[in-house]
Design a protein around this ligand. Structure first.
Ligand code: SF4
Length: 358
């Protein structure tokens, strides 16, 4: 059982971040912000995929209207306005119903502009996420530390927070990101010790699906396993739905998710294997991908041989252990019947449906 770091708790729409709130999974719309229909369609898809909080880039005034359009369509998923520099876009997004603003106060400019943003967010009860990134660190900190080191990143985040604190505003989430996994981990660890704000964690510019999932699993997983991190984004150069699925998988693997789902245990195969385990796993995963388990967690084992299969998959609810052209179907480790290879996937799906009560 992972003991989570104690933090303040903030609300983002109907979701909370920090303290004992479940770790939430975020993603970001990557459709052109001028394409309202496209943005709304992607928000709906992300919501269906289990995205808890969705961020939208707001590069201009028109894009700030996306929040109102989403509400008009009945979308209730917490939405975050991603803004760089322009305080007016922050004000417009708050007015149009954004649930959180991502902006760095140090980039807004004059103090009266920061004050206006703080007042608007305070009035509407919405938090500000400060996002520090190794690629856009202030020059003075780079000079002081000789580069975007973990100390420089942590100091930058705390400096930004202090700007808001000086206006009496503490409804803050901090994120410190880097494309270097180890820098990100160290910077977040330092910040976690020096503040009690909830932390948004992830490896940024992590690459394509395979590289990005690996780097984020190491970075996010390492921190979460020690109780650090309150909301996550797996940044990928890929369909954002994949970010959400990967995020939930990371939480599942650490026992930090209460969403239920199907966990497939499958062996790596070896010289004893006599049936096509790769094909069976892939077909079962495809066939079960959109099955709702109604919050239940089901573990299915697909193992290559009867010698080690059932034993190695003792924790599984059910599964098969391969023989020569067949699979020995077992439930809770006990053998039930032999199933011919071509009928294994159907049997596994039938048993899955039975367990979830379909
Ligand atoms: S379960 Fe059997 S086939 Fe699979 S890796 Fe282990 S020994 Fe090999």
């Amino acid at each position: 059982m992972i003991e989570r770091r104690k933090t303040r708790q903030i609300s983002v729409g109907h979701t909370t971040i920090g303290s004992n709130s479940p770790v939430s999974v975020q993603s970001m719309v990557n459709v052109d912000s001028r394409n309202t229909d496209g943005v709304l369609a992607q928000i709906k898809k992300l919501d269906e995929a289990g995205c808890d909080i969705i961020r939208i880039a707001v590069p201009d005034e028109q894009a700030s209207g996306l929040f109102k359009s989403a509400r008009d369509q009945g979308i209730r998923t917490p939405l975050v306005a991603d803004i760089h520099f322009d305080y007016k876009l922050a004000l417009a997004s708050v007015k149009n119903g954004a649930d959180k603003i991502r902006i760095n106060p140090g980039n807004i400019g004059e103090s009266w502009k920061i004050k206006e943003v703080v007042e608007a967010c305070s009035y509407s009860g919405i938090p500000i996420r400060i996002g520090v990134n190794s690629g856009s660190l202030e020059k003075k900190l780079i000079d002081k530390y000789g580069g975007p080191t973990p100390d420089a990143l942590a100091e930058s985040a705390l400096n930004e927070a202090e700007i808001l604190e000086n206006f009496g505003f503490c409804n803050i989430v901090l994120s410190i990101k880097s494309s270097s996994v180890i820098s990100m981990i160290e910077a977040v660890e330092k910040t976690a010790v020096l503040s009690d704000y909830p932390l948004h964690i992830g490896v940024t510019e992590a690459g394509d699906e395979s590289d990005g999932i690996l780097k984020n699993s190491v970075g996010i997983g390492s921190l979460l396993s020690r109780g650090i991190g309150d909301t996550i984004r797996v940044s990928l150069t890929a369909d954002p739905i994949k970010e959400v699925k990967a995020g939930h998988k990371i939480l599942d693997s650490l026992g930090l998710s209460d969403r239920g789902g199907i966990d497939v245990i499958s062996c790596p195969t070896c010289g004893r294997t006599r049936i096509d385990i790769n094909k069976i796993v892939s077909e079962y995963k495809n066939a079960s991908e959109n099955l709702s388990t109604h919050g239940k967690r089901i573990t299915v084992a697909i193992m290559g041989c009867v010698v080690n299969g059932p034993g190695e998959a003792r924790e599984a609810d059910f599964g098969i252990a391969g023989g020569d052209g067949y699979g020995l179907f077992f439930i809770n480790g006990k053998p039930i019947e032999k199933i011919s290879e071509d009928k294994i996937v159907t049997k596994l799906i039938e048993e899955t449906n039975r367990l979830v009560g379909v």
